[in-house]
Design a binder for this molecule. Structure first.
Ligand code: NAP
Length: 372
């Protein structure tokens, strides 16, 4: 059985990966070993494995014993251990949720409903590094895979609405704490049947500007606010999150760099889980009717759930709350823009912790169990 080491299993992505693997009985197919960067010697999660305590995630000797390292710990960890593993001659597979190795020539991005043969060919030809791609990229490609298969997409402009949990467990906690502080300051006023709404607004605004609101992780209030900046900045005015869109999508699709043009704004919003995106798509050919486009979108893959363009269906089925914890890729608000017949507007929502992170990794582990 493949000996697989898990690092980062208690984080946001790691926890969802553990749950999915338990539900899918994946641990029965491998020999799991658990590591930690902060609680070495502590109790490992019980997945029916032999080893019950946590090993040191920085112990290169221990890592060398593995056939496969699965890390959902983050880019700093990968950047630290990968050079040491290479120096030590690690021959196993490295499956990583972080962006650290995504653009490396030595890695393949994993999104098997789109690039299964690229992955399997990679294993057969000796590629050892498999990186999960950016969450909004994976969710977008799954949402428009039908349009891509029909070669209809000339370019995509994406406007994202990314949930707090996309930044990690501590960020999700911080958003909830911010909501609590905001509520507390006006709790009594809200009990009043005829409150002075401007007084409530003043009190909430004051607290949002004060130091009482916890902002250690986001660096600004997210509750009652939106943050149009995710990740670091680049010289061309994009954020790195925005840059990833075109770079990673082309790599997954097996295209030369910049073949499919993608750009837009990435924005953090106060939803807890699941990312939304508004896509403007320039079609290569605008002749297809909306009914035909609906069929093409639905044919993309088994997880696409098409939502009719009306208010009740949209509010019920095309929101983060409606897809949280599911593998559904909701696609709705589909219409031609007034800009012309070639311009399609789509709104899509998917759980960034599932298809955007943990699920491609879980499936990659299963592909390795089969082919490695
Ligand atoms: P995270 O929740 O911050 O977890 C990463 C590590 O932080 C954990 O393994 C844990 O390590 C430590 N940690 C510190 N405080 C914690 C707390 N209160 N609860 C749980 N863990 C805590 O990060 P993440 O969101 O899972 O992201 C991991 C990697 O996946 C990153 O590279 C990220 O960019 C990528 N990714 C994330 C998402 C997403 O939606 N979140 C989507 C796609 C890709 P120790 O146990 O060793 O202390």
């Amino acid at each position: 059985m493949l000996r697989v080491g898990f690092i980062g299993w208690r984080g946001m992505v790691g926890s969802v990966l553990m749950k999915r693997m338990q539900d899918s009985q994946d641990f029965k197919k491998l020999n799991a070993v658990f590591f930690s960067t902060s609680a070495v010697g502590g109790v490992a999660p019980d997945m029916g494995q032999k080893q019950k305590t946590l090993l040191d995630a920085y112990d290169i000797k221990a890592l060398l014993n593995l056939d496969c390292i699965v890390t959902t710990q983050g880019g700093d960890y990968t950047n630290k251990v990968m050079p040491q593993l290479k120096d030590a001659g690690f021959k196993g597979f490295f499956v990583d949720a972080s962006s650290a190795l995504r653009v490396s020539d030595e890695s393949i991005l994993i999104l098997d409903p789109i690039n299964y043969s690229q992955i399997v060919n990679g294993i057969k030809s000796g590629t050892k590094i498999y990186s999960g791609s950016n969450c909004t990229v994976s969710l977008m490609l799954l949402a428009i895979s039908g349009l891509l298969k029909h070669n209809l997409v000339e370019w995509v402009n994406s406007q994202t609405y990314q949930a707090a949990s996309g930044a990690g467990a501590n960020n999700m906690r911080e958003l909830l704490s911010q909501c609590g502080v905001m509520h507390e300051v006006v709790a009594k006023d809200l009990q009043d049947k005829n409150p002075d709404i401007l007084d409530i607004d003043r009190k909430v605004s004051a607290i949002l500007h004060s130091k009482q609101l916890p902002t250690e992780y986001f660096g600004a209030p997210l509750a009652g606010n939106v943050l149009p900046w995710i990740d670091s900045g680049l010289d061309n005015g994009q954020t790195k999150e925005e840059w990833k869109g075109m770079v990673e999508a082309n790599k997954i699709l097996g295209f030369a760099p910049n073949t499919l043009k993608i750009d837009g704004n990435c924005v953090r919003v106060g939803s807890l889980r699941s990312h939304s995106q508004a896509l403007t798509i320039k079609l290569k050919d605008g002749k297809a009717s909306l009914d035909e486009i609906e069929d093409i979108i639905k044919s993309g893959n088994e997880w696409v759930r098409f939502v009719k363009n009306n208010k009740p269906d949209t509010l019920k089925y095309l929101t983060p709350v409606s897809v949280n914890g599911t593998l559904d890729i909701a696609v709705g608000r589909v219409r031609k823009l007034n800009l012309g017949d070639d311009y399609l507007s789509i709104f899509t929502v998917g759980d960034q912790l599932l298809w955007g992170a943990a699920e491609p990794i879980r499936r990659m582990i299963n592909i390795l169990v089969e082919y490695a």
